[in-house]
Design a protein around this ligand. Structure first.
Ligand code: TXA
Ligand code: MG
Length: 315
């Protein structure tokens, strides 16, 4: 499976019904033609993804979104305000969208990604592109072409390399199919930006429902157990008073001297932390540590989504 940079080559593969990992501003997605059932089936198979977990369909703009979904005024308003960007909307689907894409739900998740390569690919191909995160089911999402290659390389037709993803965590998902909008997943679009225009939003946080399996608690398994502290200072305090030879630290703040440590952001800048988080979690795999120690961040802005991912990575 080659890592490629030629967008036209990726377009050809997708039009032939192939599956290609593509960059987006959030994480890499495993792309296929959303209206081609065989391509969609290949996506599920490559990821080992259960068929009850529906896929996000990426479109080039609002006009293309109309071809697959019924958009009400609120949906159009939100797309105009926040797209292209890290926002996914769950809206009623049109019948052209195969049930396999939506796992039989009458709704479809749509997103306009804010990445020049993804947008160029969407425009050049004219396709609506189904793309879940390009990781095996249950594992951390990839933020570089090399991450994709490591776990899915042998199962897909190509990886289109567009560099490291800027945002680094998946899109925020809002369900607009009910009476009131609901948050299904916190993500790259900070919660407050949405509440500024929509007011406080209810969360559908239950991990028992298959409606949004991204909500499953074990969804971000980094492969090594992770202990989550309430704050940097709690982590530091425990670190200074315990035998920590085989502890890997994942923190943000003033430098801590340790055998295995990754400082995501000395100044605790949330966008910087989000963009480096998944890469950092993966890099501990190659060390000889027994456990990762990490800490929560303030529950504001991207901190909410980062804390959410860290909690899911706990074991
Ligand atoms: O940033 C992102 O959203 C990335 C990039 C590649 O776009 N994609 C991504 O896809 O994270 P995925 O498949 O890993 O997560 C999509 C989530 C899943 O939890 C799925 O259950 C939910 O979206 N979802 C998709 N369609 C849905 C629907 N019709 N109703 C409710 N949830 C849906
Ligand atoms: Mg995923």
């Amino acid at each position: 499976m080659p890592i490629i940079t030629d967008i036209s080559k990726a377009v050809v593969l997708l039009k032939e019904g192939g599956i290609v990992a593509i960059p987006t501003e959030t994480v890499y997605g495993l792309a296929g033609d959303a209206l081609n059932i065989k391509a969609v089936a290949k996506i599920f198979a490559a990821k080992n993804r259960p068929s009850f977990d529906p896929l996000i369909v990426h479109v080039s703009g609002i006009e293309q979104a109309h071809s697959i979904a019924y958009l009400n005024e609120l949906a159009i308003f939100l797309l105009e305000k926040f797209s292209p960007g890290p926002l996914t909307l769950v809206v009623p689907k049109k019948s052209v969208v195969p049930d396999l894409v939506t796992s039989g739900h009458p709704t479809v998740a749509i997103r306009i990604p804010n990445h020049p390569v993804a947008l160029e690919l969407l425009k050049e191909s004219g396709l609506c592109i189904a793309a879940p995160s390009a990781n095996p089911f249950g594992y951390t999402s990839p933020t570089t072409a090399a991450h994709v290659d490591e776990f899915l390389g042998s199962r897909i037709d190509a990886v289109l390399d567009g560099g490291a993803c800027d945002v680094g965590i998946e899109s925020t998902i809002i369900d607009l199919s009910g009476d009131t909008p609901k948050v299904l997943r916190l993500g790259g679009l900070p919660y407050e930006e949405l509440t500024e225009v929509l007011g406080e939003l209810p969360f559908q946080t239950s991990s028992s429902t298959p409606h949004a399996p991204g909500m499953l608690t074990s969804h971000y398994n980094p492969g090594i157990s992770l202990r989550l502290f309430k704050s940097y200072s709690e982590l530091l305090c425990e670190f200074n008073t315990t035998d920590t030879d085989r502890v890997g630290l994942l923190y943000s703040g003033k430098e801590i001297k340790a055998n295995f440590a990754i400082n995501l952001s000395r100044e605790v800048v949330l966008v910087e932390i989000a963009s480096k988080l998944f890469h950092a979690l993966r890099s501990f795999d190659k060390t000889h540590i027994d456990v990762i120690w990490a800490h929560e961040l303030p529950e504001v802005g991207l901190g909410m989504a980062i804390n959410d991912r860290l909690r899911r990575a706990q074991s």
